[in-house]
Every structure is written in C-alpha cells, then in structure tokens.
Design a protein around this ligand. Structure first.
Ligand SMILES: [Zn+2]
Length: 496
C-alpha cells in the first residue's frame, strides 16, 4: 500500500492538516516537500469524503534572525524586527509579502490546495488571545517542560512570550519578565541575542491583539490547540528526539491538555550524501526545480519515496533528471494499465488540475531532439512543447558534457581519422538522401548501407557523428540527418 494511504488508514473523525513556513528567504526545493506531502494527505482525505481541512501558515510574525547575503547591507538594521513590519527588498509591500508571493506562485503551479493564513493577521485579529492567556498563566508549567526536556534550569523571570518593543520595533530582543493577568512587563535587552541589539526600553503592555508572540515551540502547540490540528508533519531537523516537535507535543499535552497531531517526520534531500542547502550554493530552489521538471514530476519526486527516507538528488552533470522522467512515465503506464502499484498511486497523486498523460518519448531522446535544428515541427506535431522546454533547460544547465552536442558549422578536425570505407559509406548515405524518407525507415537504411559495405554499425554511425558533431556519439542518426538541411548534409559528406 502507498505510504500515504497507509498513514491515514483507520483514522476517525474530523481532520485538520496544518503546515507552516517562515517567509524570510529563498525557497529551497526541500521546502516544497512539506506542502506537497500535506497536500497529498489532504487529497486522500477528500477522496475518502472525510471532513477535512488543510491550512498553511506564513509565519511572518517571526523576527528576522538572518539575511541572504545580498540583503545584508540594506536590511541589517531590521534584524530582530518581525518580518511583516520590514520593507520588501523590491520596495513593494513587506519583506514577508515578497517571499510569500514566490511561495504562492509555486503552490499554484504545483496544485497545492491549502488555505493560506498569515501569522501576523491571526495575532492582530486576536485568534491566539486565549492561547496567549493560557500560556502566560501557565508559565511555570512551561518552564518545567523545558527543564525536563533540556535538563537545565529555566529562570523564574522567563515567560513564554515576546513583545514588539514599542520604541524600536524589534521583537527578537525583548524579554517578558512578569505577567499580572492583564499586562506583561518587558525589557528590550541590548544583549539578549547575538544577531540583534535591543534599545534598553522597558515597560508594561497588553500581550494581546498583535503586540507580541509566543516562542516558536509554544506557538506550535498553541496553533494545534486553537485549530484542533490533527495532522502536521515536519522536517527532520524539528523532529529529532528532544527537538522542537517533542517540546511542542509535550506542551500540547501538558499545558493545553490536547492530544498532539499525527507526527510525520520527513527526511531531507541529499546532495552527494550531504544535506542540501541553497544558502551554500548546493542544491536547487523551488523555482530552479520547476524550470526543469513539470509540476507533476516535482510532486512525484517529493512523494514517490516514503517521507522517512532521504532522497539523493544531485542533478548536475548526471542523468538523474532523465531517469526521474523515466520513472514517472513508468508510473504512468502502471496507472493506465490499472496496476495496483505504489508507483501508480504516486503518479495519480502527482497530478495537478486534471489527469495528464505524459508523453511516450523518453526525456533523454527529447533532450537530443531539442539540440537538433529543424525539429520544432516534429516536437509540435507530437505535442511535446512543454516537455521540450524542460529538456532545453536540462541540456543547458544540468546535462553531462557527453549528452550535449552541436552540429558543427565547419568540418571537424576529427574527420581526418575516418577510414576510406567510412568515407565511402558517407557518400552512399548522401546519395540515399535524394529519396523521400521518414526517420524510422532512414535509420534502418543506415544499417543496411553499413551491411552492404561490410562495415560494423559502430564504424558507420561514428562516421556520421564525427563528420556532423565532431564526436563519436550522438542522437539517433536517422533523425539527426533528416532534421538537418539536406544540402548542408550532402555538402558536408562530399567534402570529407
Ligand atoms: Zn527596543
């Protein structure tokens, strides 16, 4: 049984799936795994006609605690300020909006059907007011949870809340030291964190209605309680023993007296065995991915393997992407043959708007076609335009050198190495070109001509490739030759 079906087997009652992301930087391709996994679970619940909901939160109330290299200069002064209050790098709207809009575009392309909410909006509307009161009233018990999990003493003047300093606008630098049931006493501490500096201001303020927020782990539990979340997965970094997930689950049970949601830890993508990180220049962004993979193949990549298994993804200079397309086509075949197969199910759940039967041609062949001149009409005739675009990107950015070829404008030097017999063979092919051919038959004819001259097909084909491409291998010669201008080919073969 497909892992997602198994995970949801036998569950009863109303389901609320939630996921969230902090919009403060580029969207790494691994960042799409959560949204897609949750979307697949939601889709299955809908299939089962369950009362289900899928919400996705943009955590734009989080303070900025790190910046992409290119924004260090312009945005360093905003370190510690909540994301929704910081201006956008492009001057339009907020910093959060800038990155959220990129994610929303990816969601649309990938057919992710989540209801979106913004943390800043919910805090301001008072959606979390009850939870805030509860955690402040239970500060002592939350300290106990932390002490138990982290095995260290938590100071009595630590409260699970931070306010936006009314003077300097920073949240990351403030510390709540008291709670009287209506207002919190805060300090905007100069040295609370290394990445931002507080202004030293102190005062009393209501914690409600968007004046501040709960720390991440407490907020997570508060969300589960407020919305009655039943399913929320998280990346492995949050899901390790004693990690964020465990703390939030314990707070959920001990403080909010609610069963925590179904835990689904998911693994990262690896690049040559190491965790991928776009910040280090390794790995791809979500946008990079959608430039070379169709949305369906992106979904397929994210779900074809159970979430608890790491997936190696090193697409540069390898045939990983063509192989992924092959796998996708195989899964499609299994689906249309009505095989009860896990990959067939993965294919089904990879669809976006409607069921889309992929092309039959192999991606690796299409990658050759897009490198041949005059193949546009063939591509169009076969309805391969979309995949052809992905194939072009693959050739340009990812393909190993051996997969790239270019018809040489001048006679390549390597023709000097051709034998007399190979030259004779090229003349024969040249004369055959005067007849009308389709590529399939012409390909057969090339074999026949080689046979007729008592040549190995290897010698025959390398003669063609060397004289046209300057290397001893290439795409199917029949198609290659017919894709070129006939006079050009005949002239080239005559000159050798
Ligand atoms: Zn301040």
């Amino acid at each position: 049984m497909f892992w997602a079906d198994k995970l949801l087997e036998g569950r009863k009652g109303r389901e609320w799936i939630n996921d969230a992301w902090t919009p403060s930087g580029m969207i790494h391709m691994g960042g799409l795994k959560g949204p897609i996994i949750h979307d697949v679970l939601f889709r299955i619940l809908k299939e089962q006609k369950k009362d289900a909901k899928y919400t996705f939160g943009f955590d734009d109330f989080d303070p900025i605690d790190g910046l992409p290299q290119e924004l260090l200069k312009s945005h360093e002064k905003y370190m510690g300020v909540p994301i929704f209050m910081v201006p956008s790098p492009d001057g339009k709207g907020s910093f959060g909006d800038f990155f959220c809009s990129k994610m929303l575009k990816l969601f649309k392309d990938l057919g992710i059907a989540a209801e979106i909410y913004y943390a800043s909006d919910y805090y301001k509307k008072g959606v979390y007011n009850d939870a805030i009161k509860l955690v402040l009233d239970n500060a002592e018990n939350i300290r106990k949870v932390y002490e138990e999990i982290y095995k260290k003493k938590i100071a009595l003047d630590w409260y699970p809340f931070q306010v936006i300093c009314p003077k300097c606008g920073k949240l990351g630098t403030t510390k709540v030291v008291d709670w009287d049931g209506e207002k919190v006493t805060y300090i905007c501490d100069k040295n609370l964190v290394k990445w931002a500096e507080g202004c030293g201001n102190t005062g009393k303020i209501s914690p409600f209605g968007g004046n501040g927020k709960m720390p991440f782990k407490v907020e997570w539990a508060a969300k589960w309680w407020t919305f009655k979340v039943t399913i929320e997965g998280a990346g492995k970094d949050h899901a390790s023993a004693g990690g964020t997930y465990d703390v939030a689950m314990k707070i959920c049970r001990d403080i909010f007296k609610k069963d925590p949601p179904l835990k689904i830890p998911y693994e990262f993508f690896l690049s040559q065995g190491k965790k991928m990180a776009s910040s280090k220049g390794v790995g791809l962004t979500g946008e990079d991915l959608l430039e070379v993979l169709s949305p369906q193949v992106v979904r397929f990549l994210m779900i074809k393997t159970p979430p608890n298994q790491a997936v190696e993804f090193s697409p540069r200079g390898t045939d990983l992407i063509p192989k992924l397309y092959d796998d996708y086509q195989r899964a499609s075949d299994a689906y249309f043959k009505k095989t009860k197969d896990e990959q067939a199910r993965a294919f089904e759940l990879s669809q976006t708007e409607k069921l889309d039967r992929p092309p039959i041609i192999r991606f690796s062949v299409l990658a050759q076609w897009v490198q041949m001149p005059n193949m546009e009409s063939e591509i169009k005739k076969e309805g391969l335009e979309k995949w052809a675009e992905y194939a072009k990107v693959w050739v340009e950015k990812y393909a190993p050198e051996s997969e790239k070829f270019l018809v040489q404008k001048e006679i390549p030097d390597a023709v000097k190495e051709l034998s007399q017999k190979q030259k004779e063979f090229l003349q024969k092919i040249s004369s055959e070109l005067d007849k009308k051919w389709d590529a399939e038959d012409f390909q057969k004819n090339i074999y026949e001509c080689a046979k007729g001259l008592d040549m190995s097909s290897k010698d025959a084909f390398s003669a063609i490739y060397i004289s046209l491409l300057g290397k001893d291998h290439g795409p199917k010669a029949g198609w290659l030759i017919l894709s070129l201008d006939k006079t050009f080919v005949q002239k080239r073969f005559a000159e050798i």
